[in-house]
Write a protein that binds this ligand. Structure first.
Ligand code: FAD
Length: 452
């Protein structure tokens, strides 16, 4: 596409990161060692992506086990430490045994990301959406749209695609697979938050177990028109508030304008059905109301780029390790999709014995890439492996590896795929990343974060 006649401004940078979600924000911080100009561009007016748009729990820091290990470190730790300093985290077990999560206040997290990004000296551009790639090669020229300025371009020596939807790869003709092409794509979820919940009353009436039973019962009876029989609700950092992952929207394409429009409307419709159900049927919720819906419907997968390596289910379930691994993952395969009977449910498969697998560098390097990395939920994996390795501690880990890799690639004038892996692994270890399973059993108790 030729944008030359409509460009209002042209910028230059060394390392361009597209999307400021968990993966992109971490990548930008990792890439900013003062030597190169780093630019981070985000379509919304705040950082964090899914972490602040709709969620409140980081999974993937701890292996799911009776003797959990903390397997992620480095910049992700810095983020949690900042939240902890202001009393904005607690640890909690996952509803389905996927390991301990770090619960945080998502509004505070926006500010924490802002501060960490500014302190790193990054050029931060909000409200700007990547809409095209004009040229690639030694450098790439990307076209962004900002409502006030119209179209502007950024030319970069290195690009990290952290858009979640692999938008850069799409416009730059880098091959990818679309979710839903082979297996059913994972469903979408509008999360919602309810205030004025009497947590003690809820726990005394049976807590999660009771919720599960009553939801299944209401679903069978069809009283509220509940869209599904499963769903989780958990306490938040904010007192008397709960957050839910209950809505499920299937069979709509989030990359199609009509599909995503219908999905947003359906997500909101379902959320208020759940509100009626919670208020009437669940002890502790009688006087509660929805106080917030997610900023947008949560999209679990869209494009998965073909990388130098493609992570598979066998790698995950076989707890495989790799010479060039850049982080660890112990999360189960958590596949939210339609069952053969047409119901929208979640299917689980665990890494045996609370173990973890290694994730190789090739999963964040698009095939034959010269100057590009792809991190976060569009990295190179099959549908099943993606369903395990997409938790936020892992997407942050991908980001920190890509940020350091971009520096090494600039320093040594090497293509993304040819950089010295030992140098990258040394750099990762230096900033606190964990590349081998630790011996030490982690403290996963409610206030145990500081002890790890
Ligand atoms: C409903 C739901 C529940 C989940 N629950 C959990 C959970 O409890 N815990 C957990 O650890 N993980 C959970 N996950 C998975 C996890 O949240 C995501 O896989 C992870 O956050 C993805 O991070 P990311 O940085 O790749 O993408 P995102 O967080 O989606 O970030 C992408 C960023 O890029 C921006 N962007 C997109 N396109 C453009 C563009 N063209 N130009 C500029 N900017 C752009 C977006 O606005 C966004 O900020 C859940 C996911 C969903 C959808």
């Amino acid at each position: 596409m030729n944008f030359s006649t409509v460009i209002s401004k042209s910028l230059r940078t060394d390392i361009l990161v597209i999307g400021s979600g968990s993966a992109g924000a971490t990548a930008a911080i990792a890439a900013s060692n003062g030597k190169y100009k780093v630019t981070l561009v985000e379509r919304y007016g705040f950082p964090g992506g899914t972490s602040t748009q709709m969620l409140d729990t980081f999974y993937g820091f701890f292996t799911p086990s009776e003797s959990p290990r903390k397997i992620v470190g480095g910049i992700p730790d810095k983020v949690v430490n900042e939240l902890d300093r202001s009393g904005n985290i607690f640890l909690r077990p996952n509803t389905y045994g996927a390991g301990t999560g770090v619960n945080y206040n998502p509004e505070k997290l926006k500010q924490v990301w802002d501060q960490l990004l500014i302190k790193s000296g990054i050029q931060l551009l909000y409200h700007s959406t990547l809409v095209g790639v004009e040229s690639t090669g030694e450098a790439s020229t990307c076209i962004f749209f900002n409502k006030g300025m119209g179209f502007f371009s950024i030319t970069a020596n290195r690009v990290i695609d952290a858009s979640g939807d692999a938008d850069y790869c799409h416009w730059a003709d880098i091959p990818y697979e679309r979710a839903g092409e082979k297996e059913s794509a994972q469903s979408m979820t509008t999360t919602f938050r309810m205030a004025n919940v009497e947590q003690q009353e809820y726990e005394l009436a049976g807590g999660k177990k009771m919720l599960k039973e009553r939801m299944a019962e209401a679903f069978e009876k069809g009283t509220y028109g509940l869209p599904r029989k499963e769903g989780s609700a958990h306490e938040m950092c904010q007192p008397k508030c709960i957050s839910t992952v209950a809505v499920k929207v299937v069979d709509l394409d989030p990359l199609d304008v009509e599909g995503i429009t219908k999905a947003e409307i359906e997500g909101r419709r379902q959320a208020f059905i759940f509100e009626d159900f919670f208020r009437a049927e669940i002890p502790g919720y009688k006087n509660s109301k929805i106080i917030g819906l997610s900023h947008q419907i949560g999209v679990r997968e869209t494009r998965r780029v073909f990388g130098e390596y493609r992570l598979t289910k066998e790698d995950c379930i076989g707890a495989k390790t790799f010479e060039d691994q850049i982080f660890l993952c112990g999360a189960p395969i958590e596949d939210h999709r339609k069952s053969d009977e047409g119901e929208s449910e979640t299917f689980w498969q665990y890494v045996p014995n609370g173990g973890a697998y290694g994730v190789p560098y090739g999963t964040i390097v698009p095939k034959e890439s010269q100057n590009t990395w792809v991190v976060g939920r569009c990295f190179s994996a099959t549908h099943d492996a993606h369903a395990s390795c997409r938790s936020m501690a892992q997407t942050m880990s991908m980001g920190q590896a890509a940020g350091l890799a971009a520096i090494i690639s600039m320093d040594t004038d090497q293509n993304a795929k040819n950089i010295d892996i030992n140098k990258l692994q040394d750099g990762l270890i230096q900033i606190g990343a964990i590349l081998q399973m630790p011996e030490k059993v982690a403290d996963a108790s409610r206030h145990g974060w500081k002890n790890n």
